[in-house]
Design a protein around this ligand. Structure first.
Ligand code: C2O
Ligand code: CU
Ligand code: CU
Length: 502
C-alpha cells in the first residue's frame, strides 16, 4: 500500500516535470493527435531508455474510475425466453433497439439494448442443439449481431459483412458445438462498433450442457458481471462523439450490468461470478478487498482443467473469467468488495447470514485441454504484428480492408499464430487480440508456458508492448473471419484483418 502510494507520488511528479498534462490529452479528443508523419519522425528515437518509454506510455490513458458507493442493488439481466424449444432445436428472436433507461435516479438516459432499452438478456444455448435466431434491427442505423467466442460459420458470426439495415431482419441457424462457456454478443458494423457498444449494445450468451454437473443457480449464487466504464454528460446522457478517444475511450463512471454504484447481496456460500470486460478499452486488474484468494474456474472459452487459485486477475476488453468466491468464510456484514489493484471499488458485497447445507459444485471438463507435442513443435505459420496508435493502428503494416483477405487457413487444421505487439516511441500499449470463429490455445508468451489461468480455451489474448504470444488456432467452420484488437476504437480505426477458412 505504502509502496504504491510512493509510486503514485513519483508519477505525479514526473507528470508535472515533463509538463505533459494527461488531462489536456483526455479533453482534447481529436485536435492534438499526431499526424502519421510526425509519428514516423518520432519513431527514429526508438532507442530511448525503456524507463522513458514507460513514463510516456502512462501519459496516454489516465482517467481514474470512480469507486462504487454500493447504493444500488446490482441489476441481474433477465434470461431470454425462447420462442420455441424442442430437444434438438431452439428458437430465439433478438431485437436491437433504442430506448430510455433510468440509470440515475429520476433521469432518463437514451440508450441502446437488445430486447430491452439497455444491454440485453442472457441467451442460453445447449450444447448439441441447433439454434435458430431471428435478428431484428430496430435501430435507425445499420448494425450486425456478432457472437463473440462462438464457433459458427461466417453467416452466423455477424462480422462487418453481414449488415442488417434499419427495419430489416435476418435469420441465422447454427449448431451449438462448444462446451459450457460464458460468451457474449455485440454489434460489429464496420467503423461503428465502438459507438454502438458504448451506447449499450452488449448481451450475454451462455453455452450450457446438461451432461455436466453444475449446482450453481443463476441469480442466486451465479451472477454475470458485465463491467463497463462510461462518461455521461451534464444531462446524464451518453455522448460518444464528445468523449471518444481514438486510442480507446474510457469513462470515469463504472457500470456493472448497467447499474451505477452497484452492490451485490450474497449468502454465506460459494458464489460464482462471471466477469465480462465489456469496456471499450479499460483494462481491469481485479482482486478482493481483503486480499483473500479466489478460484478461477473458466476463461473465455469455458472451464479450465482445474480451478486456479488467484489473488488478482487481469481482464482486458472482451475477456471473460468465471471465478468462485467462497463467502462461507466471511462473517455476516463483513466488509468485502471486489476491487481493482489501485483500490478502486468495483462491487461491494452485502454478506447475508445464510449458510447452505451443501456446497455448490461444478464438474471439471472430461477432456483436459492440453497443448500436445505436435502443436508444441509446429513452426509459426502466421505472424501478426500489432503496431501504432490512434488512427494509425495497423496489423502487419496494413489497415482493415473489407475487400482484402489477409490470411487463409484450412478448416479443421491447427496452425500456430505468433502475435507480436510492436512497441513504438511512446512505449506502446496493451492490445487485446481477438480471433472470430474459434477458441484457441495459448502455447507460450515470450517463449514461456502461459500461467495456469491462460491454459484453457481463449478467444482473446492480451499482448503487452514488446511481447510475443504463440497460439494454436483451429477453425471448425468455413468462412471469412475477423481478427482484431478488441480496443473498440482500434478495431474501428482499422486494427483488423480477415482470414478465409476453406
Ligand atoms: Cu467481440 Cu470482433 O469481436
Ligand atoms: Cu468476436
Ligand atoms: Cu489495440
Amino acid at each position: 500500500m505504502k509502496q504504491k502510494l510512493l509510486i503514485m507520488i513519483g508519477f505525479a511528479l514526473l507528470l508535472i516535470v515533463s509538463g505533459c498534462s494527461s488531462f489536456g490529452q483526455m479533453n482534447s479528443t481529436d485536435n492534438d493527435k499526431q499526424t502519421p508523419d510526425e509519428h514516423m519522425d518520432d519513431s527514429e528515437n526508438e532507442n530511448d531508455s525503456s524507463n522513458d518509454q514507460k513514463d510516456m506510455e502512462e501519459h496516454e490513458h489516465d482517467m481514474p474510475l470512480e469507486s462504487s458507493t454500493g447504493e444500488n442493488e446490482l441489476n441481474i439481466p433477465s434470461i431470454l425466453e425462447n420462442d420455441k424449444e424442442t430437444k434438438e432445436d431452439v428458437y430465439y428472436t433478438i431485437d436491437a433497439q433504442q430506448g430510455q433507461t433510468e440509470i440515475f435516479d429520476d433521469i432518463q438516459t437514451k440508450t441502446l439494448g437488445y430486447n430491452s432499452s439497455f444491454l440485453g438478456p442472457v441467451v442460453k444455448l445447449k450444447k448439441g442443439q441447433t439454434a435458430h435466431v431471428t435478428l431484428k434491427n430496430s435501430l435507425e442505423e445499420e448494425t450486425t449481431f456478432h457472437w463473440h467466442g462462438l464457433i459458427v460459420d461466417e453467416e452466423a458470426d455477424g462480422g462487418p459483412h453481414t449488415v442488417i439495415e434499419p427495419g430489416e431482419e435476418k435469420d441465422i441457424t447454427f449448431d451449438v458445438q462448444q462446451e459450457k462457456a460464458t460468451l457474449w454478443f455485440h454489434p460489429h458494423p464496420d467503423g461503428k462498433t465502438a459507438k454502438q457498444v458504448f451506447n449499450g449494445l452488449a448481451g450475454l450468451l451462455y453455452i450450457e450442457d446438461e451432461n455436466v454437473k453444475d449446482t450453481y443457480e443463476y441469480g442466486e449464487n451465479d451472477f454475470p458481471l458485465i463491467i463497463q466504464d462510461r462518461t455521461f454528460d451534464d444531462e446524464k446522457q451518453l455522448n460518444y462523439e464528445a468523449v471518444k478517444d481514438p486510442d480507446g475511450t474510457m469513462g470515469e463512471t463504472l457500470l456493472i450490468n448497467g447499474t451505477v454504484n452497484p452492490r451485490l447481496n450474497v449468502n454465506q456460500e460459494k458464489v460464482r461470478l462471471r466477469l465480462v470486460n465489456g469496456s471499450n478499452m479499460r483494462d481491469y486488474k481485479i482482486k478482493l478487498s481483503n486480499d483473500e484468494k479466489f478460484e478461477q474456474i473458466a476463461s473465455d472459452g469455458g472451464l479450465l482443467n482445474e480451478p486456479v487459485e488467484l489473488k488478482e486477475l487481469e481482464l482486458t476488453p472482451s475477456e471473460r473469467a468465471e471465478i468462485i468466491v467462497d463467502f462461507s468464510q466471511f462473517e455476516k456484514d463483513e466488509d468485502i468488495k471486489l476491487m481493482m489493484d489501485d483500490e478502486t471499488i468495483l462491487l461491494p458485497f452485502q454478506v447475508n447470514e445464510k449458510k447452505s447445507e451443501s456446497e455448490n459444485e461444478i464438474e471439471l471438463p472430461k477432456e483436459s485441454i492440453e497443448i500436445n507435442d505436435e502443436e508444441m513443435e509446429m513452426p509459426v505459420s502466421k505472424e501478426v504484428t500489432l503496431s501504432g496508435m490512434d488512427e494509425d493502428v495497423k496489423i502487419n503494416g496494413k489497415q482493415f480492408d473489407m475487400d482484402r483477405i489477409d490470411f487463409t487457413q484450412n478448416q479443421g487444421e491447427t496452425e500456430v499464430w505468433e502475435i507480436y505487439n510492436e512497441p513504438d516511441d511512446m512505449g506502446g500499449m496493451i492490445h487485446p487480440f481477438h480471433i472470430h470463429g474459434t477458441q484457441f490455445k495459448v502455447i507460450s508468451i515470450n517463449g514461456e508456458k502461459p500461467p495456469k489461468n491462460l491454459q484453457g480455451y481463449k478467444d482473446t489474448i492480451s499482448v503487452d508492448p514488446g511481447d510475443k504470444a504463440k497460439v494454436a488456432v483451429k477453425f471448425e467452420e468455413k468462412g471469412t473471419y475477423m481478427f482484431h484488437c478488441h480496443i473498440l476504437e482500434h478495431e474501428d480505426n482499422g486494427m483488423m484483418g480477415q482470414i478465409k477458412v476453406e
